[in-house]
Design a protein. Structure first.
Length: 339
């Protein structure tokens, strides 16, 4: 007589950390071989973590994350295992990947952000583009490197492109016009522009050269706007902003930046440019005043003045955020338009 078939049972683990309790439920079936089911390995890794055997739990969670790189529960315990195992690089990477990929009210975001602050004094931030519904992460594909960047020598876009926040239709219209060599050539020169302002923008861009050394991204300045992935123009003023960056709305469209000449101080233009290039890479705003990317959230733009950061170079948290963004596979890839 055959024994009655057993139903799969639930294994419930509650891991208490310094920052609270996260509950993970794993299912296991009696007949499933271990190597074919990730559940026993995940359960074993969590058990090792609870036993404070952090080196071994880190190794197991690292293998699990390779198979499921966007599983935030696995990333969280990989990060916490690494932090307790004295491996700050792995901990920062795993926990920051959670933060950049999730909204601020996501439970894993909250826990990962607290851990990064507690262990390392870091405050990376979400890079979800809230202008997209639902919000998504976006960055440049490695095949787009080096990004071709055109910085206009005083060229000002037509008034309709700087007097209000642009829609996707208007962004695509600009993208089409920018592929015409005559369009940029015939643009007027901004009234208050000086040649040293272009140098200030280049210096702001160079503050991101560390990312090239870490092989996250690279760029090259070009003189032909029709071949550029990122274009920089000037405007007399912007509605409630010092600078603005527009992402591509469709495939094969460039990103473009506008810098307001409401202030003609080159130190300020340098900071604005460094901030806007952070957006061009895919970074969102930080809520920490010491970060270069501190600013007003996208859904508040045009309603309140742009926040002013005291930072002039990317902070440790800005760097951690960019590293994480260029480690994950985002929801949206930006591809080169100039080849």
């Amino acid at each position: 007589m055959r024994p009655p078939r057993r139903t799969p049972r639930k294994i419930l683990f509650c891991s208490m950390t310094l920052l609270g309790c996260l509950i993970i439920v794993f299912s296991s079936a009696r007949a499933a071989p271990k190597k074919q089911s990730p559940a026993p390995s995940a359960a074993s890794a969590l058990k090792l973590y609870q036993q404070s055997r952090f080196r071994m739990s880190q190794e197991l969670f690292a293998r699990l994350v390779q198979a499921k790189p966007r599983d935030f529960s696995l990333l969280f315990y990989l990060g916490m295992s690494a932090a307790r195992n004295g491996d700050p690089r792995t901990a920062e990477s795993a926990l920051s990947r959670i933060v950049v990929s999730t909204p601020y009210d996501n439970p894993f975001h909250v826990q990962a952000a607290k851990a990064l602050s507690t262990y390392y004094g870091l405050h990376p931030y979400s890079c979800l583009q809230v202008a997209v519904d639902p919000p998504k992460t976006a960055r440049w594909h490695s095949s787009a490197m080096p990004l071709k960047i055109y910085i206009a020598d005083g060229k000002q876009l037509p008034e309709k492109f700087y007097t209000k926040r642009l829609s996707c239709t208007e962004i695509s219209e600009f993208a089409r016009l920018s592929r015409n060599p005559r369009f940029v050539l015939d643009l007027p020169r901004a009234r208050d522009y000086r040649s040293d302002m272009k140098s200030a923008v280049i210096h702001g861009l160079q503050e991101w050269n560390w990312a090239g050394k870490e092989r996250l991204l690279s760029y090259a300045l070009v003189d032909d706007p029709t071949k550029a992935d990122i274009l920089v123009f000037w405007s007399p003023s912007l509605p409630g902003l010092e600078g603005v960056t527009y992402y591509p709305c469709a495939f094969n469209e460039p990103c473009f930046i506008q810098i307001s000449l409401k202030s003609t101080d080159t130190d300020r233009i340098f900071r604005i440019a460094a901030h806007e290039f952070g957006h061009a890479w895919g970074l969102e705003h930080s809520s920490h005043h010491d970060d270069l990317m501190f600013g007003v959230p996208q859904d508040k733009i045009g309603k309140t003045p742009e926040g002013s950061s005291s930072a002039t170079i990317p902070s440790r948290s800005d760097r951690a955020t960019l590293r994480a963004l260029y480690t994950i596979d985002p929801d949206i890839w930006f591809h080169t338009v100039g080849r």
